[in-house]
Design a protein around this ligand. Sequence first.
Ligand SMILES: *[C@@H]1O[C@H](CO)[C@@H](O)[C@H](O)[C@H]1NC(C)=O
Ligand SMILES: *[C@@H]1O[C@H](CO)[C@@H](O)[C@H](O)[C@H]1NC(C)=O
Ligand SMILES: *[C@@H]1O[C@H](CO)[C@@H](O)[C@H](O)[C@H]1NC(C)=O
Length: 230
Amino acid sequence: MMKRSLFSFSLFLFFLHLTKTLALSPAAPTSPLGPANIMKILEKAGNFTTFIRLIKATHVDIQLSSQLKSSGDGITILVPSDSAFSILRADTLNSLADKEKVELVQFHVLTQFLLLSQFDTVSNPVMTLAGSSGRLLLNITVTGNVVNITTGIDYATISDTIYTDNQVAIYQIDKMLLPFDLFAPGPVPAKPAESPENDVPKDASSSTSLVLNYIVVLFELCRVAEIVLL
Ligand SMILES: *[C@@H]1O[C@H](CO)[C@@H](O)[C@H](O)[C@H]1NC(C)=O
Ligand SMILES: *[C@@H]1O[C@H](CO)[C@@H](O)[C@H](O)[C@H]1NC(C)=O
Ligand SMILES: *[C@@H]1O[C@H](CO)[C@@H](O)[C@H](O)[C@H]1NC(C)=O
């Protein structure tokens, strides 16, 4: 009897220990933020209406939460302000296909959580949500208090902290980040009318035809001469 109660008591202790251990074992770090909350933070901050529209239209907002669930590294969102969009060329966004618009928005999400003080610890190039096999990466340099994000096409600096917990950081940037892979200048199409090099072949061809005409005339003259001489 005594033995049995001792046994059940130690069993009880064992379970107590087990539940305590389970409760204390570190769970995967999760941000309390879902995509809806991230959108709310941006809406409340003001000045991000264009980016909010883009992030919703491309469904990258939903991808943010799956990224947070699948990776313990957190995310850092670099959000261009509305005035950042106003200095863009009007056709910048319209020139992109839907898939490229998704990549453009994903490009503004770094796949690691970074406090402002941690930006000078990253190694370049930095991975974005869009990045894979060397594409759609960006570089970060810190000079004094200035965090400079370069894409190879343009650069932006962080102008404000919108939100941080220990998994999600949101910063305002002063310019849209234009990925090199989407906006690299392609081969410049020739403009025949304006380029002086193109005038040369034009002249050459007309002088060639002049020479040809001359030969034809000469030939005809010879033929006439032949007829006359006969
Ligand atoms: C929006 O941006 C402008 C210009 O940068 C600034 O003057 C204004 O205070 C900002 N508004 C909000 C709500 O942050
Ligand atoms: C950011 O980096 C670019 C490219 O390296 C450079 O041209 C620009 O001057 C830098 N801007 C700031 C504010 O440091
Ligand atoms: C980014 O950094 C890498 C490594 O330092 C360098 O090779 C690359 O040229 C940089 N790209 C840009 C656009 O600054």
